[in-house]
Design a protein around this ligand. Structure first.
Ligand SMILES: CC(C)(COP(=O)(O)OP(=O)(O)OC[C@H]1O[C@@H](n2cnc3c(N)ncnc32)[C@H](O)[C@@H]1OP(=O)(O)O)[C@@H](O)C(=O)NCCC(=O)NCCS
Length: 312
């Protein structure tokens, strides 16, 4: 499809509703196509999320217009050393015509202007078109990520104390993050502390891990798996309360039709001559995890198979 060249401009809080509706429809159409639950339960929810990003001074936003009509947006989280990219969404009616690539290039240009040493993003594992786009822009697949949903566990790990984080904990938390990842995520953590959503775990009389929320748009770091287990076990909710957000955790029937006709199918990508990292082990992850989680209080949320992708 050819749609002409989009005009790009910075986003403003006034774009929240139109960009939110596109974000809801872009993710929803894709999820429905693959019979996964949607990432955003309603246009209002998506507009609220994007509205927060559009108003945040440390998020860069870019909006694409075609003939004066908004058709997509992209965001760059500039709160910490490594920039976080997304969500990027394009109106389903004009996808596969280069708008997404332009929005990506704008964000990458911004990141190089800011001399970001790296950029990270998460993408749905079932969306091979976005994977094509990201890999041709220099991103590498780093690791599979899985979201598990379910009621809070409400347990403690002996020897590990979890409590709410305060500003006085920032330095110790940043030290943990720098020790694990080589950089801190101070700006994101500070926001979570101010919003009251951050927790720390203490072991042996010192802070050994923290979380900004066990959810999308959040992160957790621990020196050991025990630290992370303690944070997860103490979480008051997962994924900001999937059920509260109206997301169904019931598996859906598979889509009908020939997989080879589906642009997001690996075979379609092969036909297009794409060179992709070996994905099979990642795509088998769900089965692997279902085996491992059998009998515990978690329910695997299918929609949540995501890939961590980073660009240096
Ligand atoms: C991801 C998204 C923003 C891309 O927007 P878009 O305008 O469709 O993107 P473009 O047209 O610029 O690029 C699409 C890519 O898919 C590729 N593609 C399309 N059909 C394909 C097919 N059948 N086989 C292989 N590749 C295909 C295109 O070639 C292009 O990659 P390239 O530029 O490297 O060649 C859009 O699909 C979207 O909104 N998706 C839903 C939300 C989402 O998943 N966001 C990303 C996760 S944060």
């Amino acid at each position: 499809m050819s749609v002409g060249s989009p005009r790009l401009r910075p986003g403003t809080p006034d774009d929240a509703w139109v960009c939110g509706r596109i974000c809801y429809e872009a993710f929803g159409t894709l999820a429905e196509h693959h019979r996964f639950p949607p990432d955003f339960p309603s246009p209002e929810h998506a507009a609220e999320t994007l509205g927060r990003l559009l108003a945040h001074p440390r998020f860069y936003s870019v909006v694409a217009e075609l003939d004066g009509r908004v058709v997509g947006s992209n965001f760059l989280d500039e709160r910490s050393t490594i920039a976080g990219l997304g969500p990027i969404t394009v109106d389903p009616g004009v996808q596969n015509a280069g708008v997404g690539r332009r929005l990506m290039l704008a964000a990458l240009e911004r990141a190089s202007g800011k001399q970001c040493p790296g950029i990270r993003l998460l993408q749905a594992a079932y969306h091979n078109r976005s994977l094509s786009l990201y890999t041709t822009l220099g991103f590498n697949v780093r690791e599979p990520v899985v979201t598990l949903q379910g009621p809070p566990i409400g347990e403690a790990v002996p020897g590990y104390t979890v409590r709410k984080a305060g500003e006085g904990d920032l330095e110790a938390c940043n030290r943990v993050c720098a020790g694990v990842h080589g950089h801190d995520r101070s700006g994101e953590l500070l926001d979570a502390i101010h919003e009251g959503g951050a927790s720390v775990v203490e072991h042996g009389g010192r802070i050994t891990g923290y979380t900004t929320g066990i959810a999308f748009f959040a992160h957790s770091v621990g020196e050991t798996n025990e630290d992370l287990k303690a944070l997860i076990a103490a979480a008051r909710e997962f994924g900001a309360g999937a059920e509260r957000r109206g997301l169904s955790l019931e598996p859906r029937p598979r889509a009908q039709g020939r997989p080879g006709d589906d642009a997001d199918e690996p075979r379609a990508l092969q036909r297009a001559g794409r060179s992709l990292p070996p994905l099979d082990p990642l795509l088998n992850l769900k089965a692997h995890l279902i085996d491992r989680t059998e009998g515990n209080p978690f329910l695997l949320e299918e929609s949540a198979r995501t890939l961590a992708v980073v660009r240096r």
